[in-house]
Design a protein around this ligand. Sequence first.
Ligand code: ADP
Ligand code: MG
Length: 553
Amino acid sequence: MDEKKRLAWFILVRVVVVSLFLASTIILNIKEPQSIPPAALAGLIKLIITTYLFSIISLLVIKFSEKFQPLLTYAQIIWDIFFVTLLLLLTGGISSPYSFLYMLSIINASVLLARRQAIYTASLCGILYGALLDLQYYGKLTAFGLSQLPALQSGAGYIFYTIFVNIGAFYLTAFLTGYLAERMRRSERALREKVIDYEELDRLNRSIVSNLNSGLLTINNEGKIRVFNHYAEILTGITQAEAYNKPLYAVLPSLRSFGGEIDSVERGEFDYRAQNGDIMTIGFKSAPLTDNKGSRDGIIIIFQDLTQVKRLEEELKRADRLAAIGELSAHIAHEIRNPLSSISGSAQLIAQGEGIDPKDKKLLDIVVRETDRLNELIKSFLAYARPTRPAKSPVQLKELLSVVESLSAADPRFHEVVINNRCREDLSLMGDHDQLEQVFWNLLVNAAEAMPDGGEITLDAEVVNSDSRAPRNGKMARIVVADTGKGMDKDEMSRVFEPFFSTKKEGTGLGLATVYRIVEAHGGRIMVESAKGGGTRFTIYLPAELPGEWPLP
Ligand code: ADP
Ligand code: MG
């Protein structure tokens, strides 16, 4: 109960007590009209009416203002003490039966205020009571209708004895009730603190649940969802409000397959169709929930999106498989190459022999041409499947590009193509000459093939301090191979480096895969930008490992 309510109650109880007192006085007066002198009766009634008024005013003040409450509490106690004192004055002083009412004031002081105030109150009561009796003893209160008579009859000893006993009782009351009230207040405070602790714990719990980096949901014994945390919302795209009180299987239908064992799954997995239609793999763990008496309250399920992990797992498996296949097929390719050159050589010999039928010669030419093509394919396959570690040495980039350029001059695919080599003379880098040649050859061939009706290839190279796209810090060579060919769409662009991805009738799809591997083996990076019909631009970063020989432009 708060202080305000307690004070209001106190005032109300006083009104009731005073009313009872009034009633009993009136009844007594009717039954035995002579027992209360008329002056005393009038005084009593005035006193009671004033008390009523005081109580009503106090109640109003409590209701409308918090500010005066402490002051008001003191006022009530003091009012009480004076009420009792006046009552004693009106009802015969030492012979009045009402001196015990002081004790009620003391009790009130301990309940409404504190022990110390109760003792002050007891002192005040003692002083007033003592003064009253003394004054009566010395005949100073005859004006109030208090005769000296009973006191005189009893003698001074009796007076002091009465005062002593009463004051003793006042202090005893003050101590006892003060102590009890103190204990009550303390336990009330402790209880309140406990309540606050629970609230804090609850808040903490809530924030843990909602900030958890896993989905968390609980269902009750009817299988309806109760808790559905923030991460669960993100994962499923369903809000807590939507999920609340829905059957678990309505929200996560795939969980149905776990049937009755859903309450204790160590490591489960289920599929979930996301709102955008993607199928996600979700891993979960569940455990029964118990209430504080130990009986079953529902199930808690913690879950995580495993889609990414699963995909990675798949990729690793595939890479593993590919590595094994690569190893094996590289071996087979090697074995094919030797007989292939024998076939080609023999066919050429026969074709050159005398007296050969022109028809047969044509056939033999086909054999030679096709074996050569096969040989080319195997060569590029081996370049991809069995990359050798780059044997690094300083490479003059401009020179290397010129070699590649001159190779293209003899190739019919480059007949309509103009090559613009803008590379600086003084650019050199550490790398494997042959592998880098292969890189630029593959890129040039692709560019030429993208421009069957002719166009322009621009080669550009410069040294840059690593920018945000470069694979590492330090100086890098940035080489750009751009063409004005037919370009690619987004999907093609995302797949160009995949082995065996080709859009060409006779393509192997190994050219860019090989380029990618070589660039990576050199600690570099390759990127592609393109637009359908708008040309293509490959950017290659290769680390500059010859500091000092890399003048920045
Ligand atoms: P291939 O040339 O045998 O098809 P690549 O790995 O060299 O295999 O190239 C893969 C695919 O990438 C090509 O089939 C082509 O669709 C696309 N591509 C590569 N370079 C270019 C380019 N410069 N312009 C347009 N498309 C290109
Ligand atoms: Mg190619």
